[in-house]
Write a protein that binds this ligand. Structure first.
Ligand code: FES
Length: 217
């Protein structure tokens, strides 16, 4: 990633940063009420036009981690969601929230410690992140989840995500998987999630990546 992908929007109490390398234009920011983000305006983001708490709340809506903030008061920092959730979206990526640690990702992508959008169609050119290629290839999976998992005795803590070479995302920690309908579907501490698009038991890996010849790089 180069610095040209990053844009800083300074404010009196808080700066906002946007990382174009992560953004998949879900538009949680642009759709938000208020004047923080206005499409077509220069600059697009103006942190001084809304209350500090509203800057924080709207930036933390960003599902991909593309938006982050830095408050001038250094005691104000983003905190991870209390529960680690992986939401399987309708014909789209995995939306991840929580205390996230994705191995082999650049240290300067601060937002993905809290929020990330991960490819599950197998065709992103920006793996492990979604780049919306699922739309071009007409990836189809409505996000049904068949298994319940072994359950959880705890919540929170680190959610570690390993990118297995030419294979699934191996996730460990206290994890709740939400189906495409929003149902709390699966709970457990270890799960291999398909990222090749070929599993017949999505969102779980069933080994189909081998026959599909999936390449993670
Ligand atoms: S990664 Fe898709 S089946 Fe294993």
């Amino acid at each position: 990633m180069s610095d040209k992908d990053k844009f800083n929007f300074p404010g009196g109490k808080i700066d906002v940063e946007w990382d174009g390398h992560l953004c998949i234009h879900i538009a949680e920011c642009g759709q938000a009420n208020g004047d923080l983000f206005i499409g077509g305006r220069q600059p697009w983001c103006q942190p001084d036009l809304v209350e500090l708490k509203d800057v924080i709340e709207v930036v933390e809506r960003c599902p991909s981690g593309a938006l982050t903030y830095q408050a001038k008061d250094s005691s104000i920092k983003e905190k991870p969601a209390e529960e680690n959730t992986i939401s399987v979206s309708y014909n789209g990526p995995l939306f991840v929230r929580g205390d996230i640690e994705i191995e082999n990702t650049p240290a300067d992508m601060e937002g993905i410690a809290f929020r990330a959008t991960l490819c599950r169609c197998g065709h992103s050119k920006n793996k492990p992140f979604c780049d919306n290629t699922h739309e071009a290839i007409k990836f189809q999976d409505y996000g049904a989840v068949g298994d319940n998992g072994e359950g959880l005795s705890n919540s929170g803590g680190k959610l570690k995500i390993k990118q297995l070479e030419d294979g699934p995302l191996l996730c460990s920690g206290n994890i709740t998987i939400k189906s495409g309908s929003g149902r709390t579907a699966w709970e457990g501490t270890q799960v291999a999630l398909c990222r090749c698009g070929a599993s017949k038991n999505k969102p779980f890996c069933d080994g189909s990546h081998v026959a599909a010849g999936f390449r993670s790089n």
